[in-house]
Design a protein around this ligand. Structure first.
Ligand code: GCO
Ligand code: MG
Length: 405
């Protein structure tokens, strides 16, 4: 029997950090949850959903996930862009959640079932200087992680994105009415990083998977140099070397180095990944299941990537909510060319608001076997934490010019 959507509601909450969640309810009384969080631009997606998407979802058949995706993507003249795609992603996640609950199956079963027992995950270790970073790596390994993203401070700079002075956890966006400004010096970074990562490798031994994120701050030539310099470190990947808006330039980087490249947490459609994948300019697709149009679309990107032996490694910082992390773990369990899931972790309060069936143990994640995505949102608790303005920092070069992220 055909069910229909009776309501779609947006919930903005800040349990430790800001999240935007979408709740879709059917006439049959089934609810599904999606994640629409776009770090630092949360309210734009909330409005896009509330003002333009929720009203036209009412009355639709929740079982028609693909058709709804097409309706919200192709049916709208103004397609693409992170706000639109995050909104579509939230709807898609919520509809997969509903389909799972209606059929009594965890979503990974609906995607064809598990192709692996559990999924490899990585988290972040940071240290302002190299000794602190080595301590952080040791402490992270004690938590079971077999893959770790390592970032350090840079001599001469007062702050570096993603690295806290005390080596503790960081939140990508800082609370406040505007972005904090940092000073950035790519030359100083390039002088420091190869040696620092070599020390991590010498300390950790050959087996630990090491990852590093350059946050789009290099020119192609600098990226080529860095990739080459890091070859002895044997990285699992070097992430976001250039802004990659001009993808042709990556040919030069690829020609110069065999260090694996991961790109794409800011890309949200298969069309933005097309050249990266079909020219094998990258080894790993970094899109988030929420930002890239949900399970329906990220699965399609993964299928294209599979043809070119490029693997899926979804974005999973703390600004991708536990609902999207659930979506990513279901997809990861069922996708042959899935490689690794980022799991940065969340503030305790976040886990209390988003109660999830997915689990972390021994360096791996598992989505659990609850029907749907397996995340329940404690709406009463969520209501106690209203949105607080928070922004990612911006970086300027020493002469004051804004630099790429
Ligand atoms: C990563 C990231 C994040 C982003 C953040 C932006 O996890 O690889 O680069 O830390 O900077 O998610 O909102
Ligand atoms: Mg990144």
């Amino acid at each position: 029997m055909t069910d229909r959507i009776v309501s779609a509601e947006v919930l903005v909450t800040s349990p430790g950090r800001n999240f935007v969640a979408l709740k879709i309810t059917t006439a049959g009384g089934v609810t599904g949850w999606g994640d629409a969080t776009l770090n630092g631009r949360e309210l734009a997606v909330a409005s896009y959903l509330r003002d333009h998407v929720c009203p036209i979802l009412v009355g639709r058949d929740p079982a028609r996930i693909e058709d709804t995706w097409q309706y919200l993507y192709r049916g709208v003249y103004w397609r693409r862009g992170p706000v639109t795609m995050a909104a579509i992603g939230a709807v898609d996640l919520a509809l997969w959640d509903i389909k799972g609950k209606v059929t009594g199956q965890p979503v990974y079963q609906l995607l064809g079932g598990a192709v692996r027992e559990r999924i490899l995950s990585y988290t972040h270790a940071t240290g302002w200087d190299v000794p602190a970073l080595l301590d952080a790596v040791d402490a992270t390994r004690e938590r079971g992680f077999q893959a770790i993203r390592v970032q350090t401070g840079v001599p001469g700079l007062e702050s570096v994105y993603g690295v806290t002075p005390d080596g503790g956890t960081y939140e990508p966006a800082g609370r406040g009415t505007g972005p904090v400004e940092e000073v950035w010096d790519t030359d100083a970074y390039l002088r420091h990083v190869p040696g620092a990562l070599a020390e991590v490798r010498a300390h950790a031994g050959p087996e630990l998977a090491l990852l590093h994120d350059a946050h789009h701050r290099l020119t192609p030539n600098q990226a080529a140099r860095l990739g080459k310099a890091l070859e002895p470190v044997d990285l699992f990947w070097l992430e976001d070397v250039t802004p990659a808006e001009n993808q042709d330039v990556l040919r030069r980087v690829r020609a110069a180095t065999t260090t694996p490249l991961a790109i794409g947490e800011v890309f949200t459609t298969i069309w933005e990944f097309q050249q990266l994948i079909t020219e094998q300019l990258i080894d790993f697709v970094r899109a988030a299941v929420s930002h890239a149009g949900g399970i329906t679309h990220l699965r399609r990107i993964a299928a294209l990537a599979e043809v070119w032996q490029v693997r899926l490694a979804p974005h999973g910082p703390s600004d991708v909510s536990p609902v999207a992390l659930a979506g990513a773990t279901h997809l990861g369990l069922a996708t042959p060319n899935f490689a690794i899931q980022e799991y940065m972790g969340y503030p305790d309060l976040t886990h209390e608001v988003f109660r999830h069936a997915w689990t972390y143990a021994d360096g791996h994640l598992h989505p659990g076997d609850a029907p749907g995505l397996g995340v329940d949102v404690d709406e009463a608790l969520a209501a106690r934490f209203p949105y607080e303005p928070a922004y990612l920092p911006v970086a300027r070069r020493r002469d004051g010019t804004l630099t790429d992220w």
